[in-house]
Design a protein. Structure first.
Length: 423
């Protein structure tokens, strides 16, 4: 049956495009996105997210792009890779997923398979998406059409761990479909697959992967708060503790992005809906969400000790993306630092050579500067460890500051003696 599958990947973002490109090296694939500009760009052979190189796009010779729903009618296997964000109240926002399901319901035929990759809470595929597919198509689940769930494990900007080299969890709505889904992914995943016993198990596995990381980082962040009060270098402590074979090498910092800072809220939402109030998970979220405010409080104290007047001062924030060496701005927590500084009536300049200025302005109302000038800043915060910043010496960064200034290294990119503050 695998050879009879005609695949469409819905959503040409950080998750969908690399997947479509790999399948497109081996079989005809439709890469679908409602963003016409995105489709035009991909047809021209370039990916602005930089997840797939121009050469890799050329290698995907069987991949064609479309924003026309009619292009999906000849397909019989749809892989959904749309975003699953949270709203302003930190509740799961399934709107993109529901819209994609409504669209697919219009083209769904008997025997078709819909595979979801978007991160959701356990049960969302069959409780939220399947009813939409049934309602729009008029077909019956597990009788006329089938579903699978194979959670994405994309790590934006990571050129070592790619879609093909990360083991893939797969699942299906019955045993036969589970095997079809698994064998489809085995075509491209050289790291192998793990066939979960059910869709709900696969959904749960995905959502706890990043919840576990979030809780671990929260613990280290809390330790950093404690050690800072004790005037102990957190990095020195972690290096010493790291000499034990089973000590996990987490580091303190801002926790943003489309996964770690979001997925725990999907799990806690589901837990609360069934009458359980999570404690550790939400405590970790509170700690991590408060780190931007803590960073600014530390910076302000350090500036005051140097008799730098806070109101009207000028601060350079180096890095705006949620992680190093990628242009992804989704759920970046650097904006917490910017907003908190502005509450002190501080003038903030953001410098990030990876960022699209128009996107930053649209998403956060921030207009990054093209380049910082020497001698202009009362403080500099190294917020994201882009390679361009890591290659700079502490002296070169200090040249951007006024005669009296504070250099805050959030990412341990500089030595302890080179900066005035470290997290």
């Amino acid at each position: 049956m695998n050879s009879m599958l005609s695949v469409a990947v819905i959503g040409m973002g950080y998750v969908g495009l690399p997947l479509a490109a790999e399948f497109g090296k081996k079989r005809p694939v439709v890469g679908f996105d409602i963003d016409i500009d995105r489709i035009t760009q991909l047809k021209a052979g370039h990916d602005h997210t930089l997840e797939v190189s121009d050469d890799e796009l050329k290698e995907a010779s069987y991949l064609r792009y479309s924003s026309d729903i009619e292009s999906l009618r000849d397909c019989n296997c749809y892989i959904v890779t749309v975003p699953t964000p949270i709203d302003t109240y930190k509740r799961p926002d399934l709107t993109p997923l529901i819209i994609a399901s409504e669209m697919l319901g219009k083209v769904l035929k008997k025997g078709d398979i819909v595979i979801y990759e978007s991160t959701v809470y356990p049960g969302a595929t069959e409780e939220d998406c399947v009813p939409v597919l049934e309602r729009i198509s008029g077909l019956k689940y597990n009788q006329d059409f089938y579903c699978g769930y194979s959670p994405e494990r994309i790590n934006p900007g990571d050129k070592e761990h790619r879609v093909t080299t990360i083991k893939k969890v797969t699942s299906g709505s019955n045993a036969d479909i589970a095997e079809v889904v698994d064998s489809l992914y085995r075509e491209i995943i050289v790291a192998g697959t793990h066939k979960a016993s059910s869709i709900r198990v696969a959904e749960a596995a995905k959502v706890i992967e990043n919840t576990q990381r979030d809780v671990n980082i929260a613990l280290i962040n809390e330790l950093a708060l404690i050690f800072n009060k004790m005037d102990i270098d957190t990095e020195a402590v972690l290096e010493a503790a790291g000499t034990k074979w089973n000590f996990l090498p987490f580091r303190p910092g801002l926790v943003g992005g489309h996964c770690i800072g979001v997925d725990p809220y999907y799990l806690t939402h589901k837990a609360q809906s069934i009458g359980y109030h999570p404690e550790i998970i939400l405590a970790g979220r509170r700690i991590n969400d408060g780190m931007g405010q803590y960073v600014v409080s530390q910076l302000v104290k350090a500036m005051m000790k140097k008799r730098i007047h806070i109101e009207g001062s000028r601060v350079l924030v180096m890095g705006l993306t949620f992680k190093e060496n990628c242009p992804d701005l989704r759920n970046t927590r650097v904006v917490d630092i910017v907003n908190e500084l502005q509450d002190y009536n501080v003038t903030v300049d953001c410098y990030d050579p990876w960022v699209n200025s128009e996107e930053a302005e649209y998403e956060y109302g921030i207009s990054p500067i093209e380049a910082p000038k020497a001698g202009e800043y009362d403080a500099m915060i190294l917020a994201v460890a882009h390679q361009q910043f890591a290659d700079m010496s502490a002296d070169a960064i200090r040249m951007l500051g006024k005669e009296t200034h504070v250099l805050y290294d959030l990412k341990y990119a500089l030595s302890a003696k080179s900066s005035d503050l470290r997290l």
